[in-house]
Design a protein around this ligand. Sequence first.
Ligand code: B12
Ligand code: SF4
Length: 662
Amino acid sequence: MRTKLVLPALTEARSPFFRPVKYSLFPPLGLATLAAFLDPSDEVSLQDEHVEELDLDDDPELVGIEVYVTSAHRAYALADHYRARGAHVVLGGLHVTSCPEEAARHADTIVLGPAEEAWPRFLADFRAGRPRPAYRSEARTLAGLPRARRDLIRRDLYLVPNSLVVSRGCPHACAFCYKDGFFSGGRSFYVQPVEEALAEIERLPGRHLYFLDDHLFGHPAFAGALFDGMRGMDRLWQAAGTVDAVLRPGLLEKAVACGLRSLFVGFETLGAEGLRAQGKRQNLGRDYGEAVRRLHDLGVMVNASFVFGLDEDDASVFERTVEWAIRQGVETATFHVLTPYPGTELFRRMEADGRLLHRDWDLYDTRHAVFRPARMTPRQLEEGYWRAYRDFYRWGSILRGAATKPDLLGGLRHAAYAIGWKKCEPVWDLLIRARRVARALPLLERVLAAERHRVGAGAREAASRRRRGQRARSRERGAAAGTVPPAGFDRLPALGTGGPHRGAAARAEGVALFRQRPAGGARHRDRVAQDEVQDDPDRVRDEDREQRPQDAVHPAPPGVPEDVADEEHVGPEERHADEGEQEEGRHDEQRRAVSLREPGQQEEGAHEGGDGEADEGGGPPRPLRNEGKLPIEAAHTVLPSSGARRPSSVAAAPAVNHPAIT
Ligand code: B12
Ligand code: SF4
């Protein structure tokens, strides 16, 4: 059987003038997966229009086309072309699943959802001469799949030929994500058996890997076993993860130990309210600054993803977001205009509210405003989006970001990575046209590897910073409870041994507990505070919280059987797990210390968090953290506008994973 599989490109990727490198990054893994189900006797050609001219004069019997929203029109044109030539055309992929009626007008057969089980059924029917017009994914597993036909991929045309996915979907359910629509009617998060994933990694040549999983850390037992298995493979790899996964102790360290050097993190917004409306509660109250620090301390570069146009965003959101990212020393940032993909909850809401401007799918590319934003015009949104890119990647911004790194090597690595992606686009364009883009991979590997020897030191530094942070937080709590003197104050001798009760009683009676310390007393006060920590009930609760079962890395027998692994996330249980997390998020909202700062309070805010610097200064007691007393709605992030060397916690909003490099 003569079969052709095609990944059509969106218009921009075919430009005769300029080709962004992002379209030459990853090969069409989905189509290589489908090709594996063909018979060895079948003739098959796989073409990716992002990197090559399509040969449209051929004469296949069966044509399979992958359809994304942005390439839908092109995909339909190709489908019409091949149908006119007598081929049987099958359309599949995300957009077909979202808009089946639309796709069906251009296809002999459509396949809805992930196709590992439906595509072989179709092939059997097709060979038997009775193909049906539609197939829907009925069973979902990644166990025992035939090997993706990577031999059909022209590796030399991609910068990152070793892309792979070892899971499908994600344990979360966000209103703007493609995930729920695509995986509806079955499991929406499942993983490959660990041995099979490791075997695939072993087969991939070279050192560099890019995991395209929506949330590689989404199943801690699986991810832990995978990372353990990858130790000693001498890989360098990149992936995507959520803020909460980054903050969770243990797993990230394992990932770094087996080669993680750059992570795409969906920060999405610095305000809580917008993404709360999107149902992304799992990351609420998370400390974004701490997430970035944790990654950097472990030698992992950060590609921070942000989305603009949420209902709480006004025209100031662009500058605030960019400024925050630069100050955090984020190496690369990916900005998106909020885009209601068809099939998502967000799309349904926007449609019901009459906010969609059009359905020209070509423009649903996260660069155009396709809906009416709440607090700015569509034009302001688009202009702000482009301005954010320009501002973040200005030479001055890159240098400022690089200057946040603790040493020269870190700064150079930062600058090299950012410049490589965004300042060398003409060079990429040339390499792409000369079909030499793969030659740049060793360079990428060198940049990624640059900090490797620092990782041990980074981890130690991180641990000591955490300890200092714990002490600082305990002091704050102690101060609130009346047991520990605030910064710059000493305990009055007569009341020095009072516990929380005594402190509260004394406060109630208006008795002074502390006196301002004369200059030079910091060392003594630190000792006192450290002793007090032992009695601090809040601290115990804090530690408990860090070790809650749901936060802990589950014991991971290597080779977690997929079914067992999935039980935690599949079907109704998945929903429960999600709800559990959301519930947890709600509790966290109440319990976690959320930094509440108003403009003008930046200097204090800048001293909060892990590094404990604030307490070294003396002066009056600084504002205490919220301790959950104020509603989270009040916790809009206010970004530092000046002065702070390292802004810390931000009222966190949930993360979204849309893995892409730039
Ligand atoms: C890698 C990637 C890219 C790569 C290239 C794509 C490629 N080589 O396949 C690059 C960087 C170029 C890219 C660019 C863009 N991307 Co992109 N990308 C991805 C990513 C991270 C992984 C895709 C992947 O390999 N998945 C793994 C394989 C195994 O799955 P699959 O491709 O879906 O294939 C399975 C099924 O869909 C089905 N199937 C697929 N094709 C076919 C065909 C037939 C005939 C059949 C029967 C079945 C079938 O079977 C496969 C096995 O189950 C996804 C996120 C995701 N989780 O999918 C986003 C994603 C696809 N991208 C997205 C977007 C928006 C974009 C951009 C517009 C971003 C931008 N602002 O520029 C551009 C435009 C893309 C385009 N050409 O139109 C969205 C798409 C939304 C939508 N509804 O279509 C996604 C889902 C990200 C997101 N969460 O928003 N992307
Ligand atoms: S947006 Fe990200 S975290 Fe949310 S469901 Fe999608 S992949 Fe998961």
